[in-house]
Design a protein around this ligand. Structure first.
Ligand code: FAD
Length: 276
């Protein structure tokens, strides 16, 4: 890809997340606490389909809902027990890189945004995320009162590399959907929409259709001289306190975060028991 993505000039929902207060200073006793947040931003590209059996249409009628319930009651199969995504794919955003930097989660449904109802027509969503984002955000308390919401600033798409990868990911998704195997379903792009063409447009669209895939990590990094935790997961400035969760990852892993978090917990328990 020959990319000329420029900084996104327009505000986008995530790239410039609204703040709920001034940016608080980090705790001087615990430098690095709440810094370096990383996440996989999923770009939820969706297509309207013809003649496909999709969850949208099934779940949008009483008859469809009854069928879903009956299938589960009689066969323990169908929509009720199905995983949130039916297809996963790893891909490269550029041919020259050694390993995949994109992950797809494909679902037989579409909706405007999380929490909104499914569209009334058959559709699919091909969610694609950048597995090696460069952008870093922050999470900070805004007051000593635990009832006050923290200020979470993910800073998605804040580097040119991330914007370039986002543009590339949307283009690749369009190419996949244009393959002859999909032709019988006459896919029509809903999101981001064909009006987004240039790299700059696509980077902006990524901010519009992008949302967390729920993999926040790295707000309390381990290892390295400047990290808040040492290599045994202990706070450098507090005795006898270790942290073992997704926040300790120095940078986000290039895949889903649950298994690596379990691995961190297993390793921590071995260290605490003196077995590692
Ligand atoms: C909707 C969703 C879907 C996901 N899907 C996947 C997936 O398909 N694959 C995958 O690999 N990962 C997935 N993840 C990510 C994965 O769940 C997380 O990476 C992982 O759970 C992180 O583990 P953690 O221990 O860091 O945090 P958590 O699992 O959030 O654990 C934090 C724990 O701390 C507890 N806690 C919080 N505050 C306090 C307190 N003050 N006192 C005591 N306890 C407290 C909470 O109750 C919770 O049990 C998903 C996440 C979400 C939200």
């Amino acid at each position: 890809m020959t990319s000329t993505v420029q900084p996104v000039p327009r505000p986008t929902p995530f790239a410039t997340a609204p703040s709920n207060g001034p940016v608080p200073a980090s705790n001087p006793r615990l430098p690095g606490l709440g810094a370096e947040l990383q996440d996989h931003l999923q770009l939820r590209c969706s297509w309207r389909l013809t003649g496909a059996k999709a969850l949208n249409t099934l779940a949008n009628s009483l008859w469809g809902k009854a069928m879903i319930g009956a299938e589960y009651a009689l066969r323990r199969s169908g929509t009720m027990p199905m995983a949130p995504s039916q297809l996963g794919v790893f891909a490269k955003s550029r041919p020259e890189i050694a390993t995949a930097d994109l992950e797809y989660h494909v679902q037989p449904l579409s909706l405007g945004a999380f929490g909104e109802p499914l569209h009334s027509y058959p559709a699919l969503t091909a969610s694609v995320c950048n597995l090696r984002p460069e952008s870093r955000g922050t999470v900070h308390l805004t007051s000593p009162d635990f009832r006050d919401a923290p200020r979470i600033a993910p800073n998605y798409l804040s580097t040119e590399g991330d914007r370039r990868t986002a543009a590339s990911a949307i283009r690749l998704t369009r190419r996949i959907m244009a393959q002859s195997a999909m032709a019988r379903h006459a896919p029509e792009e809903i999101k981001p929409g064909l009006s987004f063409e240039t790299d700059e447009d696509l980077a902006h669209a990524a901010g519009e259709i992008g949302t967390t895939i729920f993999h926040p990590v790295s707000t309390l990094r381990m290892g390295g001289e400047d990290a808040p935790l040492d290599s045994t997961l202990r706070f450098r400035d507090l005795e006898n306190l270790r942290v073992a969760d997704g926040s300790v990852m120095p940078r986000i892993c290039s895949g889903n975060t649950n298994a690596p978090t379990i691995m961190i917990a297993e390793k921590a328990s071995d260290m605490i028991l003196g077995r590692a």
